[in-house]
Design a binder for this molecule. Structure first.
Ligand SMILES: Nc1ncnc2c1ncn2[C@@H]1O[C@H](COP(=O)(O)OP(=O)(O)OP(=O)(O)O)[C@@H](O)[C@H]1O
Ligand SMILES: [Mg+2]
Length: 353
């Protein structure tokens, strides 16, 4: 349906203009491919011998991959579509599998959770496709099977080319069959332009309007905190906040704002579902006592990286009080491998001069 492809092309250019930029040369092939896909999806499924081909968009951080697939999703004139972020995917499957009654039937519980997640959609947009361990590998392989069976087209973004998924040599071989499937089934598009657009988002006011971009990174006791009306919590404000299946100690809750200590959030056994629960209830999260991540535990670093991912994806405001989390990190390669995404996101936060 050429008119649908043309409408999607126009939609991309208008969406970029609204945010104060234009489609970058490295994004053009993806825009074209997504426009063609929109045209294919406009045809009734029965007119196709096979569903439209899947698409795998990859590149380094801040190249506008999420923007591309979100804009595509928003412009698709159908209800038979789903958009998922990596973290939602694992949370939903986990919830489905641990729901009462599902416990003794682990395998089919996964399939049921997948069925619910895919519903009657013809297209699934999965932002930030990565895999860290054997459990992820299993769930992603299942997702592929479900999508194949149900003739659902998958559009996904990643920071890795398919062969680089699951970089941990301990687990990489477990993922090889899925990598082969990706290489056969998906059209792989590299959008590695020269620029991390996040680093210049503040210069584009329309882009900086996202709530996440109004966050801050401040040293303790900074007057900027007071200027924001963020007085340090009094001991009497200490309370607890509901997270996922647990309560977390908070230093204060003030309307849509929650104030937590780094220790309490990132150095205890919290996980992504807890951050998602906080992001659903609050629009501002103040985290104080932030150490340089080089001094945090490995788990603390990973939790903080996940928290920043969730805050950015859910567009909540993050105010970090303490040290610059990234100070001194570049010296140690093993610390930085998973943190380039965090660094790109934190570059959007304001810092007092
Ligand atoms: N062509 C462009 N010119 C300028 N800014 C852009 C362009 N495309 C996207 N952006 C903006 O760049 C920022 C980062 O984009 P986005 O979040 O899509 O990056 P990403 O590739 O998904 O990064 P990551 O891999 O870290 O998730 C967003 O604020 C987005 O609006
Ligand atoms: Mg992204």
């Amino acid at each position: 349906m050429p008119q649908h492809a043309q409408a999607m092309r126009r939609h991309f250019h208008e969406a970029a203009a609204r945010r104060g930029f234009s489609v970058a040369p490295a994004q053009e092939a993806a825009v074209e491919r997504l426009a063609v896909l929109a045209g294919e999806l406009a045809r009734p499924a029965w007119t196709f011998p096979r569903p439209p081909r899947d698409l795998y968009v990859w590149g380094p951080v801040g190249r506008g991959k999420s923007w591309l697939v979100d804009t595509f999703y928003e412009g698709l004139p159908t209800d038979r579509k789903r958009r998922l972020h990596f973290h939602d995917f694992f949370r939903r499957l986990h919830d489905g599998v641990t729901r009462p009654g599902a416990r003794h039937d682990g395998q089919s519980a996964v399939d049921r959770a997948l069925d619910e997640l895919v519903g009657d959609s013809r297209i699934l947009v999965f932002d930030e496709f990565h895999a860290h361990d054997a459990g992820d590998a299993m769930l992603i392989a299942r997702l592929f099977r479900t999508l194949l069976d149900r003739r659902v087209t998958l559009v996904t973004t990643s920071n890795y080319p398919p062969a680089g998924l699951m970089p941990d040599p301990l687990y990489h071989h477990l993922f090889e069959p899925t990598i082969q499937l990706i290489e056969q089934r998906m059209d792989v598009l590299d959008v590695s332009g020269p620029e991390d657009f996040r680093r210049t988002a503040a210069s584009r006011p329309q882009d900086g309007r996202r709530r996440f971009a109004t966050g801050l990174c401040l040293p303790p006791g900074d007057t900027a905190l007071e200027a924001l009306g963020l007085t340090a919590p009094a001991p009497a404000e200490a309370t607890t906040v509901p997270a996922h299946l647990r309560e977390l100690p908070a230093r204060a809750v003030r309307g849509g704002l929650v104030w937590l200590a780094f220790e309490a959030l990132c150095e205890t056994a919290t996980a992504v579902p807890d951050y998602l629960a906080l992001a659903e209830r609050f629009d501002t999260l103040v985290l104080d006592g932030v150490p340089p991540l080089a001094e945090a535990s490995a788990d603390g670093r990973q939790r903080f990286a996940n928290l920043v991912d969730v805050a950015c994806d859910r567009d909540i405001r993050l105010v970090l009080v303490g040290s610059d989390p990234l100070a001194g990190l570049s010296a140690d390669e093993t610390l930085t491998r998973d943190l380039d995404r965090t660094a790109s996101r934190l570059a959007m936060l304001g810092r007092p001069s």
